[in-house]
Design a protein around this ligand. Structure first.
Ligand SMILES: [Fe+2]
Ligand SMILES: [Fe+2]
Length: 355
């Protein structure tokens, strides 16, 4: 198995792919570490301490150990599914490791004991997640060199409030993605084509808890949720949803293997994420608006045209790509202008993971 797969994808292929930074691939971030370290959790001390207790209890402490049957359960996959599955693993591993690197750096620089606790726990979890996925890539002879990636990957600077919105959303959408796949495979165990999916249920609880920490932090600083910042929240919601939608539609074989239509899967993930974000954001995107779905589908078509134009190359290819970029910005702007769904403030921030 490993030799056959390693032979048709060159060594370091996965590290090279993980290193690429585009709109659709996971990015690495740096920020104003001192500003985040200055975060005061006193207004939410009781909820904060309860959450830190959950982190220190570490219920998933031994969850990310592979059992003996793991390796034996890895079977040969049809080539198209194999290619998409490996790409899914590389992208997921990079995304988990991106969180690990950011949280570890926040922990390393922390002078505030509350922030040191939080980011220490979250770096611990994300390191387990990234390494667990990477073990599966290594089974294929395609492990990502995470040490090299940390050095070689480009880092984007995000100011602290953008880190809050983006990481909060990526944790909650990560939860929604893992739980949706888990529920589908729970109903149809015959579709579980790789053992890693057996780990998703407990795994997603870590992501959910990480999101809870950011929700509490934002609730302690309500100005992050008011005024012009609402425009940024809207932007990040749409950017995260649209990116996921376009990326997932490049993986038809993977979704077919799950028995999930990518559009229906993504809308289920949107629904769960929207329910989660009601805990803190004053509105959700109107995901049931017909123009919302139509806009996302247009972004997918544009992406396909871009991919074809890239393959074509030359002047014509470049002109087509430029045209698509303009059309994508206009489509995104149209989606951004759609009305949002406002809701009343919930009595408390913490929410149970009930999905
Ligand atoms: Fe994670
Ligand atoms: Fe996480």
């Amino acid at each position: 198995m490993t030799a056959a797969i390693a032979a048709d994808i060159a060594p370091n292929h996965s590290t090279e792919r993980a290193k690429v930074s585009t709109m659709l691939t996971p990015n690495f971030y740096r920020t104003d570490y001192a500003a985040i370290d200055a975060f005061d959790v006193e207004p939410i001390r009781a909820e904060w301490n309860a959450l830190m207790k959950e982190f220190s209890d570490d219920k998933n402490g031994d969850h990310f150990d592979r059992d003996e049957g793991f390796g034996r359960e890895v079977t040969e996959l049809p080539p198209a599914l194999k290619e998409e599955f490996i790409e899914f693993l590389i992208s997921s591993c990079t995304s988990e490791f991106s969180g690990c690197v950011l949280y570890a750096e926040l922990k390393r620089r922390a002078k505030n004991p509350d922030m040191a606790d939080l980011f220490g726990y979250m770096a611990r979890d994300e390191s387990r997640h990234a390494n667990f996925i990477n073990q599966s890539l290594k089974d294929f002879g395609l492990g990502v060199d995470l040490g090299f990636l940390k050095q070689a990957k480009k880092y984007k600077y995000f100011e602290p409030k953008f880190i809050m919105y983006a990481t909060y959303l990526s944790e909650k959408i990560g939860y929604a993605r893992y739980i949706t796949i888990h529920r589908e495979l729970e109903r149809h165990p015959e579709r579980r084509f790789h053992p890693i999916f057996k780990w998703f249920e407990q795994w997603c609880n870590d992501e959910y808890r990480h999101g809870e920490a950011f929700a509490l932090m934002m609730s302690a600083k309500p100005e992050l949720l008011e005024g012009r910042n609402k425009l940024w929240i809207r932007f990040f919601l749409l950017a995260v949803y649209a990116t996921m939608f376009v990326r997932d539609h490049t993986r038809p074989e993977l979704h077919k293997a799950f028995g999930l239509d990518p559009t229906e899967y993504d809308f289920q993930v949107f629904r769960i994420t929207s329910e989660c974000t009601k805990q803190i954001f004053p509105f959700t995107l109107d995901i049931d608006h017909p123009a919302f779905r139509a806009g996302l589908e247009r972004l997918c078509r544009l992406q396909k045209t871009v991919d074809a134009a890239k393959a074509e190359g030359g002047v014509m290819g470049a002109i087509k790509r430029a045209g698509c970029a303009v059309a994508a910005v206009a489509t995104f702007a149209g989606l951004y202008m759609l009305p949002v769904v406002r809701h009343a403030k919930l009595p408390q921030v913490r929410m149970q993971a009930v999905w």
